[in-house]
Design a protein around this ligand. Structure first.
Ligand SMILES: [Zn+2]
Ligand SMILES: [Zn+2]
Length: 570
């Protein structure tokens, strides 16, 4: 998708204009960028139809610039703007808490125009004394700089997965390819990915390698050989392709799926049984006794075959040896989504578009949960608007037979622990999601009390994105999760597994902790566009990494069963 590239260019223009002190224009560019961000469709489709101006916030001028980017791959206007400011100054803006105004101060006062210089100044504590900064803000910038650097080394699962899937389907189209499987951390659905490992079986390895290393998307061939090649894609993702023999396929897949500790432990287990396990097979002496599939290898090791998502050596091997691994939630078992936003708040689809898309996927229900009034940036709904929305849902529901739109809201947990709507309003909803969208930096005790207070309101059903982390932008809020889970259990509240790829919140280890408290979860996409309902895959993979079975996830239940889980639904 070109969207990401275009929205980044528009944001950069906005930032540079703001540094230059230009008024209004930055806002216009940001608005357009934001709408492209939540478009959910490939912007090139709009371009082809000559309908770029149908995108909210895209007027004549911006549409022309998008034309230029799509046609030439670059934008003269941005090149010109970049020359007008110090070369690396715009680098600084990648740090979330550093807006254009602050970046300009850093440049004017300390001549900081690159991330390297910023890091140095932070280490020397030169920033806290600047006007408008202070010690806390210095600390904050440092933290975010670290987060950002970490984020750049690896790619988020949600970004890498579609790229890898597209690549896989391209390779699968080759008639020489017999089997193509993605291995490595991507197969384990780890939240960030270092590089992509693909295994293939083919009698014509050279032809596959020729194709692989000359694909359009390849920016650099790192290595090319008869059984292994590595390329760097334009997205900066490294992909390794290995051709293996059919008899060895399962062993190679087991070996390259990892993680490392899991692989080491399985090899040791094999040794104990008098075997040798390698990427070529399981051997007794020189004789291969298994290797074609992973299942036959694990069977010979006298254990269940753990699903890839849990191969992290965090207890799965011991459980598999005792035959105690439960079946993980299947990817196709979701019956509805509890967390979506329509154009009533900051989404870009109408309620009907979302509902039709949900019906199309085969869902039985969808909860449209727009933001509450305090979320101003997200165009939260005041009471009047919310009531109007509920009426519209009632009307819309008349047109569906076995499908239902659930009346929801994602209600802000205010700083004092109160909810953003009164109980009288909340009672009119089927499902109430509560979440933190402000004052992220409270100390642990206060934050835990704040959220616990909100969760003791009988109207709340789901704690949405419980830690409010955002990759590369914001760390987890400070909370005592164990306490929060206790409160959830006591008050019959479901923590959410949020599928937005920049959130993936709760994370896998926290899901396991919550499971120990006997909690069930709701997986929500937090879709801001009908197309984003597909992101549920990320949430399900996260649930699987957290060892959840089907019964642990509320939205594997049918519409009829929902009354068992939500007090306002009968
Ligand atoms: Zn939210
Ligand atoms: Zn949301």
């Amino acid at each position: 998708m070109k969207n990401l590239e275009i929205e980044e260019i528009l944001y950069e223009i906005a930032d540079i204009l703001e540094i230059q002190g230009v008024e209004f224009k930055p806002g216009t560019y940001r608005k357009a960028a934001r709408n492209i961000e939540t478009l959910g469709e490939d912007i090139r489709e709009f371009y082809k139809k000559g309908k770029l101006k149908d995108i909210p916030g895209v007027g004549e001028h911006i549409a022309k610039k998008i034309d230029e980017i799509i046609e030439t791959g670059k934008l003269d206007y941005l090149e010109k703007l970049r020359k007008e400011i110090p070369r690396h100054l715009s680098e600084l803006l990648q740090i979330q808490s550093l807006g254009p105004k602050k970046a300009k101060i850093l440049y004017d006062k300390l001549k900081i125009d690159s991330l390297a210089k910023l890091e140095k100044a932070l280490e020397q504590h030169k920033i806290q004394s600047l006007e408008g900064f202070g010690e806390k803000s210095e600390q904050d910038i440092l933290e975010r700089l670290k987060l950002m650097k970490k984020g750049q080394e690896r790619m988020l699962l949600g970004l890498a997965l579609p790229i890898a899937k597209e690549l896989k389907s391209k390779l699968e189209k080759l008639k020489q390819a017999k089997k193509i499987v993605i291995a490595g951390s991507l197969r384990r659905k780890k939240e960030t990915i270092g590089d992509v490992d693909i295994l293939a079986v083919s009698a014509h390895a050279d032809e596959i390698m020729d194709y692989f290393t000359s694909m359009d998307d390849v920016s650099k061939v790192l290595a090319k050989g008869p059984t292994k090649s590595s390329v760097l894609l334009n997205s900066n993702l490294q992909v390794d392709l290995r051709i293996v023999k059919e008899d060895e396929f399962g062993a190679a897949l087991q070996y390259f799926t990892g993680n490392k500790d899991h692989s080491i432990k399985t090899r040791l287990l094999a040794n104990k049984l008098g075997y040798k396990l390698s990427e070529y097979g399981l051997f007794k002496g020189k004789k291969r006794i298994a290797g074609k599939t992973e299942q036959e290898i694990y069977k010979k090791l006298k254990m269940q075959c753990p699903e890839p998502e849990i191969r992290e050596n965090t207890g799965e091997i011991e459980a598999a040896l005792e035959n105690k691994l439960q079946k993980l939630i299947p990817y196709n078992s979701i019956k509805g989504d509890f967390h979506t936003h329509s154009n009533y708040s900051d989404g870009s689809s109408t309620m009907k578009e979302i509902s039709d898309a949900a019906l199309n996927i085969g869902y039985e229900y969808i909860c449209i949960a727009d933001h509450s009034k305090s979320s101003r940036i997200a165009h939260g709904l005041d009471e009047t608007k919310l009531l109007k929305k509920l009426d519209e849902i009632k009307e819309l529901n008349k047109s569906y037979k076995k499908f239902k739109i659930l009346k929801g809201a994602e209600v802000d947990i205010l700083k004092n622990g109160e909810l953003d709507y009164s109980d009288d309003i909340l009672k009119k909803l089927d499902i109430v999601l509560a979440s933190v969208h402000s004052s992220f930096k409270m100390p642990e005790k206060e934050m835990t009390e704040r959220i616990s207070a909100a969760l003791s309101n009988k109207q709340v059903d789901i704690l949405a994105h419980p830690t409010s982390r955002m990759f590369g932008q914001r760390p987890e809020i400070n909370i005592d999760l164990e306490k929060i889970f206790e409160v959830c259990k006591k008050n019959k509240i479901y923590p959410e597994i949020n599928s937005t790829y920049t959130r993936m919140d709760l994370k896998d280890t926290n899901i396991r902790k919550a499971l120990e408290h006997g909690l069930k979860f709701c997986i929500g996409t937090d879709a801001h566009n009908a197309n984003q309902l597909e992101n549920i895959e990320i949430g399900v993979s996260q649930a699987r990494r957290g060892w959840c079975g089907k019964k642990d996830i509320v939205n594997t239940s049918s519409l009829k069963e929902l009354g068992k889980f939500f007090r306002k639904i009968s």
